[in-house]
Design a protein around this ligand. Structure first.
Ligand code: ADP
Ligand code: MG
Length: 677
């Protein structure tokens, strides 16, 4: 069976099931096999009577003693009762509204019952248990899948099982590597990650699959780099006097660091090789202006630039800033985002096809297939941590010979940068513009949050504004976290009853978000309660307080980004981390934040503190398009995998060549890093 054939070719997948699967982005067999469990339920079997607690699900092998007569309850439910026996204790078992249940049981036979059993005196009680595996199993690991749309665990389990019955998953790593790193086969890994026999083998399959991902991922980066190196047919954009006019028009002098990076970029633009440069610079270090200089140079040479950002809020902001600086030099600028009207889109796309210079600012919409750039000379992506290598390679292919600048404020540790951006040259803006005040960062335990609100109130009295960031939009029963809505309710009628408070989150329509940001920008709103949608780029210099709720839930790099929303003007600013800090690690993390404002230092510390994460907590964050591996936590695996990928590319024996070809083919057919024939 071909791994890329559609799921409709699986027996039992009719139009209805097909629709459900497609809605969950499962289109072919590979998608299904890579739909890994999010977690597992570890059912332990046949414990001693005294050890049974009603909180955990268990499997007990019980013998049927008597099947009782069905009754109707007073509320009209249909009640079936069977009496079992377990290790000498009576088990009282009830099912509601399942009249056929009795047919599955025979007096005198034993069955594996699964569920939460409750001890009541000397007997056990359970309601609606399920019937476990028929085999004399005494323990079981059940996969739990992320249920997108109308999927159920049962459906996925059934489909994955039936596919695994017929596929043969070929090995794609040389035996030498499997032996060296003690890796199990790909076939076994895929089978065991869905239906593990025990914890040990589950751990081994996760390791194997992480290795696979990071190996293929490294291979992709390295191949990309080779491809770029080979193409020396880039365009050359020499600089001219117009650049000096621009520099003279700037409202400030460039910092030393900015000037150095501008020189590196201009040198790349002048050379006939396509530029591929990463510009790293801490929040507020002034990356935008550096990009605008490169864009202007491209423009004066008669070419187009595309300036891409991850959010519409940011696109609008950049559009305004770019207009402010470049319109005076008659530079033509367009804004293209998801909420641009169709008519406008059509007009802009026509302009993009013309043989004239232009600056286009936009969101991902910019790299969608139907935008055909004519004379594209430069592509800048801002806040690159939101664009993975996948988009990067798309871009490079789109622009053909265009220069590429990616800018990120996520200060990743240098060691890691080497792995993640090995296809790029790196420039660092390691200096902030003069006069920036250090942001006074404080950490409060949950129960002293009022101190934070009081400080915010004082600042509002002085004319300043406040952000409050929460990890969730709405209340969630399971998670004891503060949400935008609950905090809003509490504060609106409480401490901030006399000022304008608004909320902002990612589920809102783009136009609504813009209006809210607009009101905050123009100081109509004093307090903005938001999710992390404001994490990148938002620039409101009058805001001086950032309060972060459940700070323990955010990564340090993210906290650092959020903190970067304040301290953007001349005012003394504050960042207050409110956390329910029980563990030492949380306390340490908070201390790192209160003691340092150096993004690179923070990211190094973060990496050190993470250490080895828990093995079974699957992250589905989709970081860099990876399903299982976490580039921070799995840096050791990344190191090995990358080393091996590099060696294989450098040694052109026939086995290696075939392997590289197979992986390249797989990467063309699937955007995932675990691909096989
Ligand atoms: P980031 O690197 O976070 O994207 P921005 O480009 O948004 O930073 O710049 C942050 C602020 O600093 C902006 O208001 C910008 O005008 C200002 N700025 C940039 N460079 C300088 C400089 N050399 N001197 C003074 N202010 C600067
Ligand atoms: Mg920026």
């Amino acid at each position: 069976m071909d791994i890329y054939s559609p799921v409709s070719s699986i027996k039992g997948v009719g139009p209805r099931v097909l629709e459900k699967l497609n809605k969950a982005a499962i289109f072919n067999i590979l998608d299904l096999l890579l739909y890994f469990p999010r977690d597992y339920e570890f059912l332990s079997g046949n414990p001693e009577f005294e050890e049974i607690d009603s909180e955990t699900r268990q499997i007990l092998t019980c013998k049927v003693v008597a099947i009782k007569k069905d009754v109707r309850t007073r509320t009209g439910k249909f009640l079936s009762t069977i009496e079992f026996e377990y290790k000498g204790h009576k088990v009282d078992c009830k099912w509601f509204n399942q009249p056929y249940i009795k047919n599955s049981y025979r007096v005198g036979n034993s069955y594996n019952l699964m569920g939460k059993f409750k001890r009541v005196g000397n007997i056990l009680e359970i309601i609606n248990p399920t019937l476990g595996n028929r085999d004399a199993l005494t323990s079981e690991i059940k996969p739990i899948y992320t249920l997108r749309g109308e999927l159920t665990d049962k459906l996925i389990t059934k489909l994955v099982m039936s596919v695994l019955d017929i596929v043969d998953i070929g090995e794609n790593l040389p035996k030498r590597l499997l032996d060296k790193y003690n890796l199990i086969s790909l076939d076994e890994a895929i089978r065991e990650i869905h239906f593990p026999k025990n914890r040990e083998i589950l751990g081994m399959s996760i390791t194997r699959l992480k290795f696979q991902e990071l190996f293929t991922y490294s291979m992709k980066l390295l191949l990309l780099k080779n491809k770029i190196k080979k193409s020396n047919n880039g365009m050359s954009f020499p600089w001219n006097n117009k650049l000096n006019e621009l520099k003279a028009a700037l409202p400030f002098n460039l910092t030393e660091a900015q000037a150095k990076v501008v020189r590196e970029i201009l040198r790349d633009q002048k050379s006939p090789y396509p530029m591929n440069r990463l510009v790293q610079g801490d929040v507020g270090s002034g990356k935008t202006i550096v990009a605008l200089i490169a864009i202007y140079n491209t423009y004066t040479n008669g070419y187009k630039s595309a300036f891409m950002v991850p959010t519409e809020i940011l696109a609008n902001q950049h559009y305004e800033e770019t207009k402010k600086l470049l319109s005076q030099f008659n530079v033509e600028i367009e804004l293209l985002t998801g909420s641009t009207s169709n008519k406008e889109k059509k007009r802009i796309k026509e302009r993009i096809k013309e043989d004239k210079p232009l600056v286009v600012i936009g969101t991902h919409a910019l790299i969608q297939e139907d935008v055909e750039f004519n004379k594209l000379g430069l592509v800048v992506t801002d806040e690159q941590h939101r664009f993975g290598v996948e988009q990067r390679s798309k871009l490079i292919n789109k622009g053909k010979r265009a220069d590429v600048i990616v800018m990120t404020a996520t200060p990743i540790p240098r060691t890691l940068a080497l792995y993640l951006y090995s296809d790029l040259d790196v420039s660092v803006i390691d200096e902030l513009p003069p006069g920036r005040k250090k942001i006074d960062t404080r950490f409060f335990q949950d129960n002293s949050r009022n101190k934070a609100y009081n400080l915010a109130k004082d600042e509002i009295k002085k004319g300043r504004q406040v952000y409050i960031v929460c990890p969730l939009i709405e209340e969630d029963e399971k998670e004891q976290l503060n949400s935008v809505e609950s905090i809003y309710k509490k504060l609106k009628d409480g401490v901030f009853s006399d000022v304008d408070v608004e909320i902002l989150h990612g589920k809102m329509k783009a136009s609504e978000k813009d209006e809210i940001i607009g009101r905050f920008k123009y100081n109509k709103t004093k307090v903005l309660i938001s999710t992390t949608v404001i994490e990148v780029g938002v620039n409101v210099p009058n805001a001086s307080v950032m309060i972060i709720e459940n700070a323990e839930r955010f990564g340090l790099a993210q906290l650092h980004q959020l903190r970067g929303r304040v301290g953007r003007g001349q005012y003394e600013s504050y960042c207050i981390l409110i956390a329910n800090a029980k563990s030492n690690t949380t306390k340490k993390r908070m201390t790192i934040m209160t003691e340092s404002t150096d993004g690179f230092f923070i990211s190094e510390q973060d990496l050190k503190l993470r250490g080895s994460g828990e093995m079974f907590g699957m992250k589905q964050s989709g970081q860099e398009g990876l399903l299982l591996a976490d580039i921070y936590e799995d840096i050791d695996i990344l190191r090995c995998a990358r080393g091996e990928a590099k060696l294989i590319l450098e040694n052109e024996d026939s086995g290696n060549k075939r392997m590289v070809k197979e992986i390249s083919l797989g990467l063309e057919k699937s955007s995932k890093y675990i691909c096989f024939n």
